[in-house]
Structures are given as C-alpha cells and as structure tokens.
Design a binder for this molecule. Structure first.
Ligand code: AVJ
Length: 330
C-alpha cells in the first residue's frame, strides 16, 4: 500500500525574500563583504552544482556515493534507527541506497526529508512513497539552521538517524558549525543517531582543481550569486567585472571561494534599499568549503554531545581517505 506523503511547511511564505534581504543588507555592509552560500542554489545554481558533481576534478559526490554503496549495510547494522531524517535532502539521490539497506533489514518505517525547496521536496516525497510501499514519508519544508527543534519524532517510539550528507556542513563557519551541531544534539534524544558526510583534507593541488575546474562551471556557479541578487533585488552589478579566485586557506583548512572586483564600482540594490561601494580588488566572500580531519571531527562531535561509533572512508586506512561518513550517537 502506497501511503500519501505528509508535507509540513515550517517556512513562512516570505522566508526566501525576507531572509535574502536581511542577508544582503548584513553581508554587503560588513568587511569583508560576504554572501551566505544558500543563495547559490536557485534553479540555475542547482543545475550548475549538479553539473559540477559530474566533473572529473570534483571528487566529493562520487566518493561519498561509493562509501554509501560499500557500507550501507554496515551503517544499518551498527545503529538501531527505524526513522531516517535527511537534512538538505534535495532529490534524496544518495539516500536511496541507504533507505534500500534499511528496508532490506526490515527497519525502514519513516523517512523525514527536510529541504527549503518545496517543489523538489514534494517530487522526492512522491517518488519515495511509491518506491517503498508502506513507508511513512513526513516531508518538512524547512531550513536546517532554524527548524531542528521541530523535526517529527521517530515512528513507534523508535530512534531516528539524521543524515547530513555531501559535506554541506563544510559551508558553515567554525562558530556556525558549533552552534549547528549543538542544536542538532539538543533536538535528538539520547541514543539517536547522526550520519555525517565530510570532505577530508588532502593535497592542495587536488583541492584547488576541484574548485577551479577547467570548464569554468565553478566560476559560473559562484558568479550566479550576483545574478540572483540582480534578478531578485534589482542589483546592478557589472557581472563581467568580477573574477573568481578560489584559494586554499591553509590555517583554517578550507577552500575560500570569492569574487573579486576588477573595476571599482558602486552597486545599487533597490530591493534591499542599499548602495554598496566596491574598491578595486575588493572581494565578496561567497562560500567556504571546510575540509576535515577525522580526529578533529570526533573531538567536535564529542564537544557537541555526540559519540563517534564508526567512521567509514574510501581508503583502507581511514586517515588516507578522500571523504568520510561518520556514524555518531547522541
Ligand atoms: C555542496 C557545499 C558540499 O563545498 O564542495 C562545489 C559546494 N561549491 N563547488 C562544496 C560547491 C563549489 C559544495 N557543497
């Protein structure tokens, strides 16, 4: 029996416009200028990101997929969850392999995809309801930085596993990451689970190549943030006057993706009611992509109230892996 998915909308209808205006006002009037990466994913940005994940230089997506393929059964066997929550679920593409493993073990009762895009979420929820007859799909239209306290409970007083894949956590600054992990731990009960995907520190050459691809897709993806501001807020950026400069921050161990003004300019952003000045060479920080070390990650999880149970990577010695999937228990 195919069950109709339930969809709970936690975002206000004007969430996108309201928080874009707030973020632009705050981000472009501070020094250095900064735009939060969530605004990269409009339709065009999502399409570009999808193309990036298929580039030979961009190893994280395929590597994470291979770890899930290899270890989905181990993950299911190592935890006792019957409900899977996925933060930033999108099309739930990689998660399907995980859900297959839970279903194969007879333990899949409820799936809770959480995403800001209602249309994508409804499509994914319908698809998954048909794929797993009897599965209780409780989709949540929400922002995982705002709504962790309102996640649906596990089915039948069981336990949940929150999957946060794709190294999306690497987009958060250190203090945001600490707040996020703390809030996530607070939102779970003792004994519930986290499955966290993180990209690992590796050679600078490979990291830079992954964010400076030869086809220019990453540059287009990062520049699209200015296109979004032009369309949504009427901003008059001179788009051709920005160069893309990805750099490896060796101290913070993160890729730092910025746009640099190659001509000084004054930009009007009527939708946000501001005008901003950009000096020659001034940069807008668009995204960070933090790379992790397994021991440091375990320490951060521990500090947030999680205990690492198992770490899966794509290498025989986890320390040599390109990407990690960490299973942790609250
Ligand atoms: C989706 C945040 C994991 O940081 O690698 C890819 C985004 N930005 N290329 C990443 C991204 C530029 C990606 N995450």
């Amino acid at each position: 029996d195919v069950r109709e998915p339930a969809v709970t909308v936690l975002l206000d209808p004007d969430w996108a416009s309201g928080s874009l205006v707030d973020d632009v006002r705050r981000g472009l009037t501070r020094t250095p200028k900064r735009l939060p990466p969530k605004w990269l994913y409009d339709d065009e940005g999502s399409r570009l990101f999808d193309a990036i994940t298929r580039l030979p230089e961009y190893y994280p997506t395929e590597t994470e997929r291979s770890i899930i393929v290899e270890h989905a059964d181990d993950i299911v066997a190592a935890c006792d969850a019957c409900t899977v929550v996925e933060l930033g679920s999108g099309t739930s593409d990689k998660t399907r392999m995980l859900l297959d493993a839970f279903a194969g073990a007879g333990r899949l009762q409820r799936f809770v995809p959480v995403d800001v895009s209602e249309a994508t979420l409804r499509d994914a929820a319908d698809m998954l309801s048909r794929r797993y007859p009897g599965l209780d799909v409780q989709a949540v239209v929400g922002d995982f930085t705002l709504h962790l306290g309102q996640l649906p409970p596990a089915a039948d007083d069981g336990r949940r596993m929150v999957a946060f894949l794709g190294s999306t956590i690497g987009n958060l600054y250190v203090e945001e990451r600490r707040a996020f992990l703390g809030a996530l731990a607070d939102s779970l009960d003792d004994g519930e689970w986290l499955l966290l995907g993180t990209d690992l520190v590796k050679s600078v050459d490979r990291l830079v190549a992954a964010y400076h691809d030869s086809q220019g897709l990453t540059r287009a993806f990062v520049r699209n943030s200015l296109v979004v501001l032009s369309r949504e807020l009427g901003a008059d950026f001179d788009l051709d006057a920005f160069s893309y400069t990805p750099l490896w921050d060796a101290h913070m161990e993160r890729m730092d993706l910025r746009l640099r003004a190659e001509m000084p300019q004054r930009v009007r952003i009527p939708g946000a009611g501001i005008e901003v000045e950009l000096g020659l060479g001034e940069e807008i920080h668009v995204e960070i992509s933090t790379k992790f070390r397994i021991a440091q990650l375990a320490a951060e999880l521990d500090e947030a109230g999680f205990e690492v149970v198992r770490t899966f990577t794509d290498a025989a010695d986890p320390a040599d892996g390109d990407f990690a999937l960490t299973l942790a228990r609250r």
